[in-house]
Design a binder for this molecule. Structure first.
Ligand code: CTP
Length: 408
């Protein structure tokens, strides 16, 4: 078993659409972008044409590791366009920093003459603006009334601050410092999570059971669902122990301590030793139910090899946890059923003494092994099953953790 750990701190694992408009404060947008990425966010930059005069797309593309977008239409004869609807739906949050008087005015009046404004009009996610302009422009009745109109419609304004302005005047109009913007986003988006400071054990991936030193019995679990859960829990401030079977995934999310195991027996022993300090356990791993009884110590040759394997059961870790569950300990299991799904899942929920069971059905296209998406139903004792639509594993992780927070 191999262990590596990092310290716990909150991170912003959200998709951020960063709009940059043409004001001198745009030079701070590069720092804001850097801080957002450092905090764990995936950032797509959309900038207005005039913002190019203040900060280069190359700088922003390098920092965000994504092409920077400006125009609605791609002028390369291909007839393509930058799909504002898709971009706006992709984002968990949109922040326009700096937001000039001109862009605020257009936002307030539904003008849509560039990609940034088209994204704003299409946005379903919360939209923040960090206004930045000179004193008189900010104090102008039209700017103040545009900003008020936007606030009334739910746009959240950060700043502006008072201080020295680019003109040399002193007063209101400075863009809020990037550190404070990131702090505000983290506190608004992650809220005061009930997972803050809690110990959570998450298992991920599948186990491998040796037939001989070369071959094993395994399964198709990629580990993605478990990793998404571990990362989301850590970004809500939990101290996460992630016990994973062999997977090709990595995580550098602060707050996640990873233990690598190979077999069901190793996973059982890692989980049992971590169990006493856990507040919540999420058994997402596809643990082998059976293993070869007598794995060969040398490679089995095809000449003269027996054609059948004798198997024995592994320990059911989740059932062991359910049987000895402490008061207040929240236990979450996963089930993958192919027929009579709900009946079997309900039975498993009770038999294993679980607080929540996440049921995958292999019948659903795009769900389960090897996909980035998943379609699950959530079962809790005494409640009707909650059937979720097909969504990304990161989004499924968020809903599972929301439900767990409701249970705390
Ligand atoms: N699990 C476990 N230890 C095992 C096998 C499974 O902890 N040895 C956990 C999984 O991590 C998952 C849940 O049990 O959370 C579902 O396991 P599953 O194999 O679907 O259910 P079983 O109870 O083994 O029943 P069946 O094989 O009949 O579906």
């Amino acid at each position: 078993m191999e262990r590596s750990s990092t310290s716990a701190e909150r991170s912003l694992n959200r998709k951020v659409l960063l709009g940059i408009t043409g004001g001198i404060a745009a030079y701070k947008s590069a720092t804001l972008l850097r801080l957002l990425v450092k905090a764990g966010a995936e950032v797509q930059v959309v900038m207005t044409r005039s913002a190019h005069d203040f900060v280069t797309p190359l700088t922003l593309a390098t920092l965000s590791k994504r092409p920077v977008l400006t125009d609605l239409f791609v002028h390369d004869g291909s007839g393509r366009w930058n799909d504002h609807v898709h971009l706006a739906r992709w984002a968990d949050v949109m922040i326009i920093a700096p937001a000039t008087a001109n862009t605020l005015a257009k936002m307030a009046h539904g003008i849509c003459d560039d990609l940034l404004l088209a994204c704003f009009l299409s946005a379903e996610a919360p939209v923040y603006v960090a206004p930045a302009m000179d004193l008189e422009m900010y104090k102008d009745a039209s700017t103040l009334s545009n900003l008020n109109l936007l606030r009334e419609r739910g746009v959240r304004s950060i700043g502006p601050e008072s201080g020295e302005l680019a003109s040399g005047l002193v007063g209101e109009g400075r863009m809020t410092e990037p550190e404070a913007i990131v702090e505000r986003l983290i506190s608004d988006l992650l809220g005061a999570s009930k997972l803050q400071g809690r110990h959570i054990l998450v298992t991920a991936g599948g186990t491998q059971e040796a037939i001989d030193p070369v071959r094993y019995i395994g399964n198709r679990s990629s580990g993605r669902m478990g990793f998404a859960l571990a990362e989301e829990a850590a970004s809500r401030g939990a101290m996460v122990n992630l016990v994973t079977g062999p997977v090709s995934l990595t995580t550098d999310r602060p707050g996640v301590t990873r233990t690598d195991v190979v077999t069901a027996a190793e996973m059982a022993s890692a989980c049992k030793s971590l169990q006493p300090e856990q507040d919540i356990t999420i058994m997402c791993a596809a643990v082998a139910d059976l293993r070869p009884k007598d794995p060969a110590s040398n490679k089995i040759k095809k000449q003269g090899a027996v054609r059948s394997l004798e198997l024995e059961g592994t320990e059911d870790i989740l059932a062991w946890m359910g049987a000895g569950k402490r008061k207040g300990h929240i236990l979450v299991g996963f089930a993958l059923e192919t027929n009579d799904e709900l009946i079997r899942a309900k039975e498993k929920l009770e038999r294993k003494n679980l607080d929540l069971l996440v049921m995958n059905s292999l019948k659903d296209e795009g769900a389960g092994f090897g996909h980035d998406t998943n379609k699950v139903s959530l079962l809790m004792p005494g409640k009707d099953p909650e059937e979720l639509p097909l969504m990304s594993k990161a989004d499924v992780a968020r809903i599972i953790l929301d439900r767990i927070e409701e249970l705390i």
